[in-house]
Ligand binder design. Sequence first.
Ligand code: C2E
Ligand code: MG
Ligand code: MG
Ligand code: MG
Length: 277
Amino acid sequence: MGAAAAREMTAERLAHALEQGDVVVHYQPCYDLRTGEMVAVEALARVYDAESDELLQPAAFLEVLEQSGLVVHLDEMVLALAARQVAAWRRLPAGRRLCLAINLSPADLDDPLLPVRFREATEAAGLPMDAIIVELTETLLSETGRGHEQVLAELSAMGCNVTLDDFGTGNASFDYLRRFHVDGVKIDRSFVQYLGTGGRRDRMSESLVRFCLSLGVHVVAEGIERPQHVAVLRRLGCPFGQGFLMSRPLPAAELDELLASDVVPAALRHDEEAVVL
Ligand code: C2E
Ligand code: MG
Ligand code: MG
Ligand code: MG
């Protein structure tokens, strides 16, 4: 079977899964690195494939869904599910100020009614717009036209935090900062992983963190895997962070438990710092 045929079949299977509503959202916590408080969760889509009885990760379906345009339906479902879920978590003491980060694909921004759809979904869920973080990748913005700028400006005006995801990986990061209104940047894992390692890439990563902080926007470090990453980010004054060291993306039920226990993750406890440094 050729590559095109293989993709076709996958697209069909995916379309079927979406029709069945076999979309599951996992949530990865984002923390205030200073206090250890959970401040947001990022919604990460998973698709259940009945044929293989597997929960597929984005690497297995995102490209196909983007090519077929079906990603718009996926993202609509993710927003609806996640907005209701986060609205419920905000009724818990530990979730009072929890924000929801949503990833968007290029096709989402092609729809001039996207801001309206966001407003409808959040209103139906009882979630304020200023609890929404919209994450955009640079590859997404490289395809952008004027319409996209308009949509992003509207979302931002409505109170959403518009964040550049995977910051530093595209070769036009700086250009986007100049061209678009952004409320936040998420420093890519490929930089975070070198923090505290010594050498040239470590220095580049530190410089990137400092640069992002100098912009006066929300700065999140993603892909934190080692205690030394936390130590360096704290020293530099990076306020927010996300990564496997604190928590992997979790099914809603597991995040329920995490919020109910309301404990600072071990990696962010200040009494651990003596060990960390
Ligand atoms: P992203 O937005 O940059 O999300 C972070 C990805 O890195 C997630 O992979 C997450 O599981 C993983 N990750 C988080 N912390 C760590 C860490 O400490 N170490 C390592 N090695 N990885 C970490 P995932 O869930 O496979 O998502 C991949 C990408 O798919 C996302 O990258 C995002 O661009 C896209 N995506 C996910 N969900 C959606 C969605 O609902 N809609 C759209 N349009 N795109 C989505
Ligand atoms: Mg993201
Ligand atoms: Mg990212
Ligand atoms: Mg990414």
